[in-house]
Design a protein around this ligand. Structure first.
Ligand code: AMP
Ligand code: MG
Length: 334
C-alpha cells in the first residue's frame, strides 16, 4: 500500500510549493484530504469521474449520496450552477467562505456520479486559508465528502483521517483541529422559501435573518431530495444513549445500571455531574459550540478506549445546538 503524504500547515517552509504539488495531484486524478472549518474533506477533481469514483470506493460511501463541490469563491459557482437564485447569491455573499452549502440547478456537464443523478448541484466555499489557496491553485471544483469511512464519526483532526484512510489517499493537509466540528448546513435554494436539507454549522436563525423564512422538512420528506441524509451516520462502535438535559436522576440511574452489568460506560454531559464515574467521563461547557467542536472527537476516543455505552446529555436545539442534536440522534439510532 502506498503511503499518504502529509503536509502540515505549521511547516511553513516551501508550503506554497507543497500546495502546488497537491493541486497537481488533484489534476492527475489523485485524492487530497483537506481541512475546513467544519470537518476534514476528501478532495478529488469534480470533473474527473474516475477520481470521484475512487472517493466513493475508499470511503465505502453509498452511490446514491451526492457530493458537495468546493470552490474558491462565488465567481467559480458559474462553472457548476446553471443559475444562482437571488436568495442564494445574497447568502453566499454574506456567509461564504463559511459552513453553508447551497443546492442550485446544476450544469449538464457535471458528471452524474457527483450529483447522484440529480439535476441540482451542492456548492460551498470553505473557510480555511490553506484549502482556499489549494482551490485557487487548482482552479476548478473539488468534491469533498467528509474524509472518513462512511458511517463513522466525521474527522475533526488529521489523525482521524489517517486512522480511517492512511494509504488509500494520496495527500493529507494537516491543519490541526477544525474550529466548528460539525458539517455545513445544506440549503436548497431552488425552492422559495428555501429548504434546509441538513442542519449544520450555520444556524437556521442566522440564515433567516438574511432571507426570511426557510422550511425545515421532516426527516422522511428530505430523503428523496438529499439522499445522504438517510444513511447510518456518525456512529461510534459503542451504543449511544441520549438523556434529557438536566435529568440527573435518570442519567445517574442508567450509569449505575450499566456499570452493574460490567459495561464500560462513558458519560458526556454539560450540566449534569455524575458520581462514581470513570476516566471516560467528559464535562463540557453549557455551549452548543463546544459540543459541536468536540462531539465527533469524543465519540472516536470512546472507540479507542473500548467503551460499550456512551451516555450523552442532550443540549438545547437552538442555534448550532439543533445540528448537534441531529448528529447525536443519528448516532444513537444505529
Ligand atoms: P457529506 O458529503 O457527507 O457532508 O454529505 C453531503 C450532503 O449534501 C448529503 O446530505 C447530500 O445528500 C447533500 N447533497 C449533496 N449534493 C446534493 C444535491 N445535489 N441535492 C441535494 N442534496 C445534496
Ligand atoms: Mg460525511
Amino acid at each position: 500500500m502506498k503511503s499518504t503524504t502529509v503536509i502540515k500547515t505549521s511547516d511553513v517552509e516551501n508550503f506554497e510549493l507543497k500546495l502546488r504539488q497537491a493541486a497537481d495531484t488533484l489534476h492527475s486524478g489523485g485524492l487530497v484530504a483537506f481541512p475546513t472549518e467544519t470537518v476534514y474533506g476528501l478532495g478529488a477533481d469534480a470533473f474527473n469521474e474516475d477520481a470521484v469514483r475512487r472517493v466513493y470506493r475508499v470511503k465505502g460511501r453509498p452511490a446514491d449520496n451526492p457530493l458537495i463541490v468546493h470552490i474558491a469563491s462565488l465567481h467559480r459557482a458559474e462553472l457548476f450552477a446553471e443559475e444562482i437564485p437571488f436568495k442564494g447569491r445574497k447568502l453566499a455573499e454574506i456567509f461564504w467562505p463559511g459552513p453553508l452549502t447551497l443546492v442550485m440547478a446544476g450544469k449538464s456537464n457535471i458528471p452524474s456520479i457527483v450529483t447522484a443523478g440529480l439535476s441540482t448541484v451542492a456548492l460551498r466555499v470553505p473557510k480555511n486559508t490553506a484549502t482556499l489557496r489549494l482551490l485557487e491553485l487548482f482552479g476548478g471544483g473539488i468534491v469533498g465528502p467528509s474524509a472518513n469511512l462512511s458511517g463513522k464519526p466525521s474527522p475533526t483532526e488529521a489523525e482521524h483521517v489517517l486512522s480511517d484512510l492512511d494509504g488509500s489517499i494520496d495527500v493529507l493537509i494537516d491543519d490541526g483541529r477544525t474550529t466548528i466540528g460539525i458539517e455545513s448546513t445544506v440549503l436548497d435554494v431552488t425552492f422559495d422559501p428555501p429548504l434546509i436539507l441538513r442542519q449544520g454549522g450555520l444556524s437556521r436563525e442566522a440564515i433567516e435573518k438574511v432571507i426570511g423564512h426557510t422550511e425545515l422538512p421532516g426527516h422522511g420528506s428530505v430523503l428523496g431530495r438529499s439522499p445522504g441524509t438517510c444513511h447510518r451516520h456518525y456512529a461510534p462502535k459503542a451504543q449511544l444513549i441520549l438523556v434529557r438535559e438536566s435529568d440527573s436522576e435518570n442519567f445517574q440511574r442508567l450509569y449505575e445500571d450499566f456499570r452493574r452489568q460490567k459495561k464500560n460506560v462513558a458519560a458526556i454531559t454539560h450540566s449534569i455531574r455524575v458520581s462514581g464515574t470513570s476516566h471516560s467521563t467528559r464535562y463540557m461547557e453549557n455551549s452548543a459550540e463546544e459540543y459541536a467542536r468536540n462531539i465527533f472527537r469524543l465519540l472516536r476516543e470512546c472507540d479507542i478506549l473500548g467503551v460499550d455505552v456512551i451516555l450523552v446529555e442532550e443540549i438545547e436545539e437552538r442555534g448550532i445546538g439543533a445540528a448537534v442534536m441531529d448528529r447525536l440522534r443519528r448516532a444513537a439510532e444505529c
